[in-house]
Design a protein around this ligand. Structure first.
Ligand code: VG1
Ligand code: CO
Length: 543
């Protein structure tokens, strides 16, 4: 086994976005591309000599090949140990848990999350730090700086390892430990939730459908829901991970998981349904006849988490990303909890969780999680919902109705305009940014703008500042629109328009969401001259 130091030249654009580096798979497959990014990452964290790393991914096309590259490089860079999920599989929350449980120094997670997989689809790679969470901006900036000057990488001249055999082998001087991807994660879930109560719920005939969308949560959901909790066989749909996610789009929202939504909206649908994404960190929650928006789900979980053993002592506080609806804020206020608003992306929750300022975190993009790991966690959210349903013994619809009647309802929707030419999307955003100061007092589409700003975040723990995190328009009467460009796309630009209107308890709580928001939608489109600038007349995706 010979160590090889290979000269290389930098690749353009190896800049981590909202959640790591995401590119077309063929871009990642260029000779040296993964190597340059991985060596840059190692360099940025002060090298990996003597360190322990967790490595795994969502199983998409090129997952196994990229892991072999990473392991050879980790060994050649002097790492002491690599802990790898069997078959190269680890869900993002399970990887976060392993980093924490095993006190690893960090981890490399291979995923493009909810983006499709395949040679002509998307791939991704990100680095997590020793708390188990995504590298904060200081680290991703350092990685990007390294990618611009990288001149050589270290690897081994050796054959591929067998990733399927559980147990320990060696790669040069590095120990490689192949672990079952599910075991430690399932153990953690049993410390948080009342498995007996959930088991009794299923034994009583309660029905669940969980759509793993041919992605990484399949083995986890099958082992936990059908295995440990006794839900009937077949509860988990699309349970076997495949490299192209069954040619689907593993994004758990009403568009991409439409068959599941149709099922629960039907007359004899299940009591409860849920789905997760490519890497298992997102969740969609449905009850018979109802879709629960992720923002509402966060608020309901904040109001009810104490019903689960892991949170029986109450919550330290709640955090949500800025574009997420303010439904959770109302719960925090009523319960006297700390409440934090962060930029989009889970990396901004890490400090708050580490400092014990918050217990629950959530994003409107179907991400919910807690201080049990440092990533959002799809199956965890499903189990917390199940624990609450087992404790309260009412339907999902009743829980929502009760919640709105207590706290009021934040009608909420996100409209995505995908694959817009980058120059047009930038023109729209700069055009609006330039006008921000003059907007207050302006009437648009019959609504008066009460305030407008560009969101900038000062981390309350380390004081770091993140600017340009989205444009906020506040309308008189409490409505809000947020505009930002996606940082996870791989083609053109995606404009995200987040729309929200609050209806107090006792008001019209059961309107159709798009109808309830129609005034704000029209005003926002007119304000940013959406059609004039982009040529788009309707969003591609509405969640
Ligand atoms: C999107 C979501 C964001 C989420 C990110 C990663 O980012 O809006 O809330 O944290 O994806 O999710 P953007 O920049 O495209 O809006 V996933 O499940 O990668 O891990
Ligand atoms: Co994801």
């Amino acid at each position: 086994m010979t160590k090889v130091t290979q000269p290389c030249t930098p690749f353009e654009g190896q800049k981590p976005g909202t959640s790591g580096l995401r590119k077309k798979t063929r871009v990642f497959m260029q000779p040296g591309f993964v190597e340059c990014f991985v060596q840059s990452t190692f360099n940025a964290v002060g090298g990996v000599a003597g360190k322990t790393l967790v490595v795994g991914g969502d199983g998409r096309y090129f997952n196994a090949e990229a892991i072999q590259i990473i392991l050879r490089m980790a060994a050649a860079n002097g790492a002491k140990r690599a802990i790898v999920g069997q078959g190269g599989l680890l869900s993002t929350p399970a990887a976060s848990n392993l980093i924490r449980q095993r006190k690893a120094d960090g981890g490399l997670i291979l995923s493009a999350s909810h983006n499709p997989g395949g040679i002509d689809a998307d791939f991704g790679l990100k680095y997590n730090i020793s708390n188990g969470g995504p590298a904060p901006e200081g680290v991703t900036d350092a990685i990007f700086a390294q990618t611009k000057t990288i001149s050589e990488y270290h690897t081994l001249d050796t054959a591929d390892l067998d990733l399927n055999q559980i147990g320990e082998t060696a790669l040069d001087e590095m120990a490689v430990e192949i672990v079952d991807p599910v075991t430690d994660y399932a153990d953690l879930m049993q410390t948080l939730f009342d498995f007996d109560a959930i088991r009794a719920l299923f034994a009583g005939g309660f029905s669940l459908r969980f759509d793993a969308m041919h992605a990484v949560t399949g083995p986890y959901a099958t082992a936990i829901l059908e295995g440990l909790l006794g839900a009937p066989d077949g509860t988990v749909m699309n349970a076997v991970p495949s490299v192209d996610f069954g040619k689907g789009h593993p994004d758990p929202n009403p568009i991409w998981a439409k068959p599941l939504v149709d099922l629960v909206m039907g007359d004899d649908g299940p009591d409860f349904a849920a789905a997760s994404d490519g890497d298992g960190d997102r969740n969609m929650i449905l009850g018979r006849g109802i879709y629960v928006t992720p923002s509402d789900s966060l608020a309901v979980l904040a109001a009810n988490a104490h019903l689960a053993p892991g949170y029986a002592g109450g919550l330290a506080g709640v955090a949500r990303s800025m574009p997420t609806s303010r439904a959770a804020d109302r719960v925090a206020e009523a319960k006297g909890l700390g409440c934090y608003e962060t930029p989009t992306g889970w990396k901004f929750f890490g400090n708050l969780l580490d400092a014990g300022k918050v217990t629950l975190c959530g994003e409107e993009s179907a991400g919910t999680g807690s201080d049990h790991v440092r990533e959002k966690d799809g199956l965890w959210a499903v189990l917390l919902w199940l624990n609450i349903l087992a404790a309260r013994k009412v339907s999902v619809q009743d829980i929502l109705a009760d919640h709105w009647q207590t706290y009021g309802r934040n009608y909420y929707s996100r409209h995505d305009y995908e694959a817009i030419a980058t120059d047009k999307a930038n023109a729209l955003m700069t055009g609006l940014t330039d006008r921000m100061d003059d907007l207050p007092g302006t009437v648009v589409g019959g609504l008066t703008i009460a305030g407008a700003d560009q969101f900038s975040y000062t981390d309350p723990v380390d004081g770091s500042v993140s600017r340009n995190q989205g444009l906020r328009i506040h309308f008189e009467g409490g409505g809000r629109a947020v505009l930002r460009l996606s940082g996870t796309g791989t083609e053109g630009a995606t404009l995200r328009v987040y729309l929200e209107r609050y209806e107090p308890a006792g008001g019209d709580l059961f309107l159709d969401t798009q109808d309830a928001l129609s005034g704000i939608i029209a005003a926002t489109r007119a304000l940013c001259q959406l059609t004039e600038t982009t040529g788009r007349t309707a969003p591609d995706v509405m969640t």
